[in-house]
Design a protein around this ligand. Structure first.
Ligand SMILES: O=C(O)CCC(=O)C(=O)O
Length: 311
């Protein structure tokens, strides 16, 4: 069972979970009586007006100020984002609106990011797998090859996140997230700790993959170059902290291991196609839903006041 501790127990959190890169749920992180629909409408208005927002496949990358205005940042997260010990990207916050039935597929977050995930509205069911017992990844990627992974022999946790809870998801933990209520809103703040990652199979793989990419940089596609250039908001400097100790033999062995995975990718084509169809469907439902919401009368001032109480 995943541990839960009150967010005000900062010392316990830092010592037991943050420093050891172990997941935990922090309770009492937010409270708002405003409905999910109103939160969604308000955040959407803000997002539409802000030029710096980047729309991703099913979330938005936003700067922390945008989210500060809406729901405030828990002081604990504020402290960690400001530390000299973290690399922080400009758009270090993310907003997720998901309709019932949406499933975020298996992956771990890129850029060696630690995630603070606050459930503002609705409920989500998470399954997370430790980087010590890896799942099969696409070659050179953080996305999993299969959507149905056997968890036998894996170190994993299953739990539900409810309103006001904040999950600390350490770097490299795989996750698969299912939206349970009609509308679900959660926000993330992300950072890369400068300290060397806690040792695990996936931490090692990430370092080796980056080492290989660094060496073939001129031959990379623009998107992969951008991964290195923008890594954790600090680019090649952040990459360098991870690749420093990788030896040539480890790097070359990684190339072979990743290539050996190619046949599995072919086997996974049907499950990847099903996943894409399902993601397109839930995204379309969400677009329609937001459009309907925007056509209704908004009450932004009330919503902002209520949301400011969060955190
Ligand atoms: O909320 C979700 O559906 C997915 C969240 C996630 O993947 C993340 O926070 O990295």
């Amino acid at each position: 069972m995943i541990p839960r501790i009150p967010i005000k127990e900062t010392g316990v959190f830092l010592e037991r979970y943050y420093d050891n890169e172990q997941p935990v749920i922090l309770t009492g992180a937010a409270h708002t009586s405003v409905s999910a629909q109103e939160v969604c409408r308000e955040l959407n208005e803000r997002i539409a007006q802000d030029q710096t927002v980047t729309q991703r496949l099913f979330w938005y990358d936003v700067n922390r100020e945008l989210l500060d205005e809406i729901c405030g940042m828990p002081p604990l997260v504020d402290q960690l984002l400001n530390e000299q010990e973290a690399y922080v990207r400009t758009n270090c916050a993310r907003i997720w609106f998901n309709m019932q039935g949406h499933t975020t597929p298996w992956h771990y977050d890129g850029h060696s990011l630690h995630v603070f995930n606050l459930q503002l509205k609705g409920r989500k069911r998470w399954t997370i797998v430790s980087p010590e017992t890896p799942l099969y990844n696409m070659p050179f990627s953080k996305t999993c090859i299969f959507e149905k992974n056997s968890l036998r022999g894996k170190k994993y946790l299953e739990f539900e996140m409810t309103e006001g809870e904040m999950l600390f998801l350490p770097r490299y933990w795989y996750h698969h997230v299912h939206s349970m209520d009609e509308l679900n809103v959660n926000v993330n703040w992300v950072l890369m700790h400068k300290r060397a990652p806690v040792s695990s199979a996936i931490a090692k793989r990430e370092r080796e993959v980056l080492w290989v990419l660094e060496r073939i940089y001129p031959f990379l596609l623009p998107a992969t170059k951008a991964l290195l250039d923008e890594y954790a908001g600090s680019g090649r400097e952040a990459v360098g902290t991870l690749t420093r100790q990788v030896s040539t033999s480890e790097g070359l062995a990684r190339v072979f291991r990743e290539i050996l995975r190619a046949p599995l990718v072919l086997l996974a084509v049907p499950s990847q196609l099903t996943k894409l169809v399902s993601l397109r469907r839930t995204k379309k439902q969400l677009r329609q839903y937001i459009q309907e919401q925007q056509e209704q009368v908004a009450v932004p001032e009330l919503v902002i006041q209520e949301l400011r109480k969060v955190g």
